[in-house]
Ligand binder design. Structure first.
Ligand code: CP3
Length: 367
């Protein structure tokens, strides 16, 4: 395999002018890959896979080896934190993640405490160390967390939800208890992300998968304020201050300015956002990551190539004042995606994005 060092993704996140657009894909290691399904079968279940650093490393590497993506993402899950808080995560086949002991009372909220990242979540840090060693500088490693709001939603609902009846009930009826819950989750997230950086991750992403179900007023108070705490904590710590942080609120298109105000380095965009519009609004302040509709990965290669070009053209030329673009889907790749489409996507972005980086060429020839 190609062992060449590739730090294009990190240079882009630092706002440097680069020669082409980097690409990685949310959920790039997963069930659409036959080699993932094989290792998952060997492991027996998803959590064993997450909790066995050598296997987590193996599946992290699979999409890097197969497609030559520009960044690797730690194989784990956002629900490791509530699991470590004692909620007992299980992944039910065909249902998704479920907690055996969901948070259903204020008394339970007051009993929650911050897990020890190196002890209770030591398997995640072990996986990071094993993966960094295996990557050997080939591409950067992304660490991640769920946002406090998204984690609290799963903790209170006990599983995925369509209407968020329980967490919103708590938020509207007992806002103080909701804030107590969000605060202990936030403190856990901060300690968890710092430990991931200490173990070797080179950038961080916050998945606010469910922020978009809130009103603007509630988003500010119950989701964004806690992501702000996370960004501030990371940016004021010597060890983490230079680690780029990307925030992704699915459905967060209306709130990009407020999200950029947190001082984060990048924003993930879902596919409903017009990337040219996002660039005009916040492109001089943050790197934009996204945002092709993931369902295209279940269609044909021509559709994938055409739509990838539309996203690149949507961002357009990278001018001096633009922070930059990282190609990704607008949400995770689905289990029905065709691996050949991922190949077509990577080829399209890596082979055709140079034309949008003319400024980079100018700087390079002047050197
Ligand atoms: O991106 C990657 O390749 C890294 C690994 C990763 C997983 N989950 C692996 C996984 C990441 C970054 C996540 C994040 C995650 N987990 C999110 C935020 C991102 C998003 O998609 O919005 C959320 C909401 C979760 C919670 C969760 N875990 C869900 C909804 C599911 C899927 C349930 C299902 O059956 O589809 C999981 C399980 C999970 N996490 C799988 C993988 C590969 C599937 C597990 C399997 O059956 O093998």
């Amino acid at each position: 395999m190609n062992k060449m060092k590739n730090d294009l993704y990190l240079r882009t996140l630092r706002g440097e002018k680069v020669e082409r657009t980097p690409i990685w894909v949310m959920r790039q290691a997963g069930r659409y890959l036959p080699e993932y399904r094989e290792v998952r079968k060997q492991a027996g279940d998803f959590l064993t896979l997450c909790k066995t650093p050598e296997l987590a490393c193996e599946v992290t590497m699979q999409p890097i080896d197969r497609f030559g993506l520009d960044a690797a993402i730690l194989f784990s899950d956002i629900l490791t934190i509530p699991d470590a808080m004692g909620l007992e995560l299980v992944l039910e086949e065909g249902i998704g993640p479920v907690f055996n002991k969901p948070v259903r009372s204020e008394a339970q909220i007051h009993k929650l405490s911050v897990p020890d990242a190196e002890d209770d979540l030591g398997y995640v840090m072990d996986a990071v160390r094993v993966i960094r060693k295996e990557l050997d500088g080939r591409v950067p490693l992304i660490g991640f967390t769920g946002s406090p709001w998204t984690l609290a939603s799963y903790m209170v609902e006990g599983s995925g939800s369509k209407d968020f009846r329980r967490i919103k009930g708590l938020m509207f009826e007992s806002p103080q208890a909701a804030h107590t819950l969000l605060q202990v989750v936030t403190d856990s997230v901060i300690s968890y992300l710092k430990a991931q950086v200490a173990a070797g991750v080179q950038s961080l992403m916050v998945f606010d998968t469910w922020g978009g179900v809130l009103s603007t007023a509630d988003y500010k108070v119950f989701s964004l304020a806690y992501m702000q705490q996370i960004v501030s904590a990371l940016k004021s710590d010597e060890m983490t201050k230079d680690i780029p942080v990307v925030l992704f609120t699915k459905g967060g298109g209306p709130w990009l300015e407020m999200m950029a105000d947190t001082g984060c380095d990048g924003l993930g965009l879902d596919w409903t956002v017009d990337i040219a519009d996002a660039k005009a609004r916040v492109g001089d302040r943050v790197v934009l990551q996204g945002n092709m509709d993931p369902v295209l990965m279940n269609t044909g290669q021509q559709q994938v190539r055409d739509h990838a070009m539309l996203v690149l053209e949507g961002y357009g030329q990278h001018e001096q004042s633009d922070k930059g673009h990282i190609f990704n889907l607008g949400h995770g790749i689905q289990p029905f995606a065709h691996p050949d489409n991922m190949q077509a996507l990577v080829e399209t972005v890596q082979g055709n994005s140079q034309q949008f980086h003319k400024q980079a060429d100018v700087t390079q020839t002047n050197d």
